[in-house]
Design a binder for this molecule. Sequence first.
Ligand code: CTP
Length: 396
Amino acid sequence: MRVVLGVSGGIAAYKACELLRLFTESGHEVRVVPTRDALRFVGEPTWAALSGNPVTTEVWENVHEVPHVRIGQNADLVIVAPATADVLAKAAQGLTGDLLTTTLLTARCPVVFAPAMHTEMWDHPATRANVATLRERGALVIDPASGRLTGADTGPGRLPDPEEIFEVCRRVLRGAPRDLAGRRVVVSAGGTREAIDPVRFIGNRSSGLQGYALARTAVARGAEVTLIAANVTLPDPAGAKIVRVESTEQLREAVLSAAEDADAVVMAAAVADFRPVTRATSKIKKTSGDPEAIRLTKNPDILAELGVRRTRAGNGAVIVGFAAETDDVLANGQAKLARKGCDLLVVNQVGEHLAFGTPDNAATILVAGGEPVEVPRGPKEDLADALWSLVAPRLA
Ligand code: CTP
């Protein structure tokens, strides 16, 4: 596919070199179009050598090829990474002045912006309005990651990892529908841990892969994603707001708070059903005689609570549960769907070598008041996409 990589003038331009490699190594033909300021961070020879293509910034070079129109017209995807506040403003206003901005006006293919800037610039009402305008017109603007910025500052504004930006682009190139545009979705992922003492916990085998796949696919479909991650060590998906939690109580608080203005909530996390009644404040020593039995108490059922709250508040969020079953998979799933009051329930069979920690999954999606949908074994992203395709038409 023909990809235009627009690079604007921010320090994160160096990360775009890695993004460029990911495109070329997977067989895409990449034309890099840096702004003048971008070339102050990374020089033209780097872009030319890595892309194997000529690099132009101005509309006045190779004029006989009419590059200011042709590059945009011929592209299958335009990705601008990093996108500065300035390039977002120009794109929103339809201003031109260099090859990147004319390309953005002439491109009719999907356009992805990966902004990177200081938090104050990202939060400024002017930038917010420009981002909203671009999104309304169909561009995919990936929210920046939070973390260390240039200098001593930290906050939202970091360019997400190139691998994760590439993943979004790959999905867009494969024709990901934009059916979650303007929607807020909440996804929980991973497995909760209940502390026994400061060093030990009761946990489960959930890796978070399925929840992260749900977040990734939702971003590519245009959603604003809050990913509530319980003890997950995977790379952060680009564009998702990540909230880290450990225990079920923390997960409950984070989910209920994020769910308040959400259009859909997907509980992919494996939640501990029980927690120790007390948590020892110091490490339990083996020398202190016979160990005391660990007494357990039930944890709140977050999914069931979401179902009850929805009924009470009358807000139309679509609620999705997961059911990990080892026996009587479908019968247990149907009973769970009814008991927890959710719209959809993804049922999969688990065991030591099934589902947990593997990149693949197979499942049956149970639909309240409808026919079940079988999803054959395949990448967890495929199951995620199948689920979003059922969620999207149910959104209010
Ligand atoms: N869940 C939850 N809160 C809990 C337990 C589970 O929100 N305390 C959610 C999970 O995130 C999942 C769904 O409920 O979406 C089903 O989880 P599962 O463990 O299969 O169901 P349980 O209700 O715990 O039933 P059981 O373990 O008895 O099969």
